[in-house]
Design a protein around this ligand. Structure first.
Ligand SMILES: N[C@@H](CCC(=O)N[C@@H](CS)C(=O)NCC(=O)O)C(=O)O
Length: 239
């Protein structure tokens, strides 16, 4: 029976109703109404424009909604995820032989520095100039600029990276300005330790206009000295 209902209802509209005992006149009326409705004819040209209009309006609405959603997503602030971090402390140095060792007889700090660099990278030159000027000893690890296999251990993928021996392992410092600022703060008060000096330069995370998560150390170009300024210096003089 149910199969016959389905088949007959496919044959013509209204047939389904007759299976439920509706009077023939009612079925006929509905059938003629539906025919009347389908009799509103449109020229193919009008049909084309109607379909085109529906398509364009629908597309614009969908595109607009999507764009609005994307823009809204891009502006959702991050609740400080990853903010305040000062670089990883590695339990051990990566097991990579240094390309060369710069030994300075005047090194007072014994930080066992390891510099990951490209020799011609201007940011690495800047860090080397700083280390040499202040008489630090350090190992240099030349990074292969194509394969960069010497950097596999790091999530930060740029050079320079500087490692320094601290309690509990090796402090990783990323970015030439962070390295120089943190070492300057450390030299001002070595007894506090390098990790404490790095806390003056915490990173913050934010989303850029495309919604990509970026991290930045906002005050890396400012030298931080805690409570006491270096002798003969004022806040204005070190700006
Ligand atoms: N702001 C960074 C910039 C470092 C940077 O851009 N380094 C380049 C080399 S000069 C780099 O590592 N680029 C990535 C790559 O070579 O894959 C700093 O001051 O250290």
């Amino acid at each position: 029976m149910s199969l016959s209902i389905k088949i007959r209802s496919l044959v013509r509209p209204g047939a389904l109703l007759s299976n439920f005992g509706l009077p023939n006149s009612a079925i006929q009326g509905a059938w003629s109404q539906s025919r009347h409705f389908s009799a509103v004819r449109m020229s193919p040209r009008k049909k084309f424009w109607l379909v085109a209009l529906i398509g364009v309006t629908g597309g614009a609405a969908a595109g607009g909604t999507y764009t609005f959603y994307q823009m809204k997503q891009a502006r959702i602030p991050i609740m400080n995820a990853g903010t305040g971090t000062v670089g990883t402390i590695l339990l051990d140095k990566p097991d990579i032989a240094p390309s060369r060792r710069i030994v300075s007889k005047t090194d007072k700090y014994d930080l066992q520095l390891v510099l990951f660099q490209y020799q011609t990278c201007p940011f690495c030159c800047k860090v080397r100039a700083f280390l040499d000027y202040h008489g630090f000893s350090y190992d240099v690890i030349e990074v292969n600029p194509v394969m960069r296999q010497q950097m596999r251990w790091s999530t930060y993928k740029k050079v320079p990276i500087l490692l320094a021996k601290v309690d509990g392992g090796y402090q990783q410092m990323n970015d030439s300005s962070v390295i120089i600022s943190a070492l300057t703060s450390y030299m001002h008060n070595p007894s506090e330790g390098l990790t404490a000096a790095l806390k003056y330069y915490p990173s913050i995370e934010f989303k850029d206009d495309e919604g990509n998560v970026k991290s930045e150390v906002m005050n890396r170009h400012f030298l931080m000295f805690g409570e006491s300024m270096p002798k003969g210096k004022t806040k204005e003089s070190i700006k």
